[in-house]
Design a binder for this molecule. Structure first.
Ligand SMILES: Nc1ncnc2c1ncn2[C@@H]1O[C@H](COP(=O)(O)OP(=O)(O)O)[C@@H](O)[C@H]1O
Ligand SMILES: [Mg+2]
Length: 345
């Protein structure tokens, strides 16, 4: 049995098959540093708070980081920025390791396959994703897994375009990045990322309106919709402007990157938009509207949103891992293999 994991700037989410169900486990990819005190000790012992203590310092990690930050009047920090391990954060690796261990658990047997999402290189910044990918790979190996990176956009195609022969354009709008992949029968023909996503929208809106970023994020996540009926001059109005700007920016980059040779003539390409940033009502319609005006060497059969945008990447990583396993089983059916450790089919 194999597993999948989505390592995102804001959320780390694992996926595994249990019987006929896919089970997801999620934590915030964030932490807070507080001073050790009696009050901290009491709070830490009360529940299963993920933390590391180093002398007088305690790092509270994952979902609880925000609660502790509020109570102790501290800022949360993030191991990742713009889709990759943060260069400004020396504690990034131990923090992400603790979150990952909690989310994915121990391997069920040695060298269990684990497909982890990895971003494509961004077209609009000069960071490379290589260091990020290799670091995660060795971290997961140290945990006892046999890890394999899967492109984040490709993971979207695996989870959402199975009914279209794994053919189409998958777009994952995350916090730190947007990942874009065009695949043709499960073979990626174009993939890239841009170093903008939900965080960028929040930062720009905060700057434009003089509102704290955290406040902007919570307004956005609560009941913001892209209906353009709201609030000219307010936070929601600014959010709508930057949402539209991000959408146009993604489409311009698709126009720039896509090649005529990539596409079979006369093919209608389905498009899937997913990820936390695609969640506001009206997002898919707005995206479709702008995509229709784009100059592309192929036609679009439709823009689809998904039921659970937070889980697309984790789910696709699992689909890819399991399909590799199935293929191996068929090719190795006659050779001698170690006994299977799982019971379900
Ligand atoms: N209901 C919502 N409406 C709008 N944005 C949301 C909503 N829920 C989460 N988000 C945003 O989605 C992003 C996180 O999405 P996710 O796909 O988990 O990103 P990543 O993979 O980069 O961690 C954040 O920018 C967050 O603010
Ligand atoms: Mg993600």
């Amino acid at each position: 049995m194999a597993k999948g994991i989505d390592v995102g700037t804001m959320n780390i989410i694992s996926s595994q098959q249990e019987g006929s169900e896919t089970v997801f486990v999620q934590q915030r990819n964030s932490f807070v540093e507080i001073e050790y005190s009696d009050m901290a000790e009491q709070m830490l012992s009360r529940s299963e708070v993920l933390h590391i203590r180093k002398g007088d310092t305690v790092y509270v990690v994952g979902d609880d980081a925000l609660n502790f930050a509020n109570i102790f009047n501290k800022e949360t920090r993030r191991p990742m920025q713009d889709g990759i391990l943060s260069r400004d954060e020396s504690s990034a690796i131990p923090m992400i390791q603790l979150i990952t261990e909690q989310v994915v658990g121990e391997p069920r047997y040695e060298d269990e396959r684990l497909f982890f999402s990895s971003p494509a290189d961004p077209v609009d910044s000069d960071y490379s994703t290589l260091y990020h990918e290799k670091t995660l790979e060795s971290m997961l190996s140290d945990m006892g897994y046999d890890p394999e990176p899967i492109n984040e956009g490709m993971a979207v195609i695996y989870s959402e375009l199975a009914d279209h022969n794994f053919t189409g354009l998958g777009i994952s709008f995350g916090a730190g990045m947007t990942n874009i992949c065009l695949a043709y029968y499960a073979v990626p023909v174009m993939k890239f990322s841009i170093a903008r996503g939900g965080d960028w929208i929040d930062e720009q809106t905060a700057q434009a309106t003089g509102t704290p970023v955290d406040k902007v994020t919570s307004i956005k996540e609560e009941d913001f919709a892209l209906d353009f009926e709201t609030d000219v001059g307010g936070v929601e109005g600014a959010l709508a402007i930057y949402y539209e700007n991000l959408i146009n920016y993604v489409i311009e980059n698709i126009e720039g990157e896509v090649d005529e040779e990539d596409i079979e003539e006369g093919m209608d390409v389905p498009v899937v938009v997913t990820g936390g940033t695609s969640m506001p009502d009206g997002f898919d319609d707005l995206f479709a509207e702008h995509l229709n005006e784009a100059d592309l060497p192929f036609s679009i059969s439709g823009v689809h949103s998904v039921d659970e945008p937070m889980y697309s990447v984790a789910s696709g990583a699992l689909v890819a891992a399991r399909s590799e396993e199935d293929q191996q089983e068929t090719t190795e059916e006659t050779s001698e293999e170690p006994a299977e450790t799982e019971s379900e089919a």
